[in-house]
Ligand binder design. Sequence first.
Ligand code: BJ8
Length: 424
Amino acid sequence: MADYHQMWKDLGMNVEMHDQLCAVLPQAFGDVFLSQENRPEMMDYFDFVVSEIHGVRPAELVEFQKKGGKVFGTFCVYVPDEIVFAAGGIATGLCGGSQFWVPGGEKVLPVNTCPLIKASVGARLDRTCPFFRIADMFVGETTCDGKKKAWEILAEDVPVHVMDIPQMKRDKDIKSWADEIRIFKDVVEKFTGNKITAESLEENIKLFNTKRKALARLYAMRKNENIPISGTDTLLISQIAFYDDPVRFTEKVNILCDELDQRVADGVTVFPAGTKRILISGTPMAIPNWKLHHIIETCGAAVVCEETCTGTRYFEHLTDESASTVDDQIQALAERYMNINCACFTPNTARTDDIIRLAKEYHADGVIDINLKFCSLYDTEGYKVEKALKEAGIPVLGIETDYTDSDAQQLRTRISAFIEMLNA
Ligand code: BJ8
């Protein structure tokens, strides 16, 4: 990585502590990604982005701010990027996916809080992530209790706007979510000093639809019998989607897909014939959380799809592009976003339906339902997920884990046994 120490200092980061993170990431990345064989050539771009993760994109954001631009940090796929970009701002994902940041979060949060929340709070308070320093405003949401309380703590340190997400999906809830997006629009307009017009919103609805279509195209490649890209590589791309420039990202994903199309035509695969296919469902995997994919794929199975917010929940469903007034566009956004099936909703049968549909579409031999430790939402919903899968005759393994490596060996044993059972 090039030397970004001056930028990090200017951002008020704890550079010494941050250096410790920079020292371990290349090794972790090499072990997980570069050890894979026969990777698509176009993964080069995504490897580069992650090798410069705290450099290139933060430097772009800093330049943008110098010209008066505002950066919004988000933590949930319910927060509509379209609104931020339509006001000339930039939205960037902030969910923490490393154990490195967890102890910082534990200084102010109960230990029995999910690692994603602890890492996100720790990254800000310890000043060890440039994205958490750059974001001018954090945008939280009322999805789970841990997050709701975390926003109050973060608000002592940085401007925070919280979006009130309904917990049911009746007509009145969709209406209330549309109202919430209208409030967000006003906040973003005031913060950026820019008015959102029907034209700017239309442009950005189309931009994010195009980005979602590129990700859907990438995922569709994995439905093939010969799988041209590993699940581990696809996860990396999904994670990068949260912070890369959306236009460049979409272009790079489509170029990669052109290569994958050719691989499919040539029968090129990254897995031996007969490899068992796994669908992952559950909690999101924020960068650099690559633990489960690495374990599953080095145990001899292929991850063919993720029913997570770092997977299909991020890109499935497009926003209707036909509305011509800001008000109607916001209604269209509300309807699109309310299709995301987060476990914070009740009832959430559409999620179990999705998992079964995806298992069929991606020809999965089994499902691994993953829960981040202390996430009671997805943990509790695991009962319904496992029941529905069993009724559908799809083998399922429930796993709870965190960001540490302490359970890696135990997970390897359980996952190997599951794959062996699928092979029997
Ligand atoms: S739409 S999944 S991105 S809230 S933070 S709920 S793991 S205890 S992240 Fe999420 Fe939006 Fe839902 Fe998706 Fe559990 Fe942890 Fe809460 Fe979490």
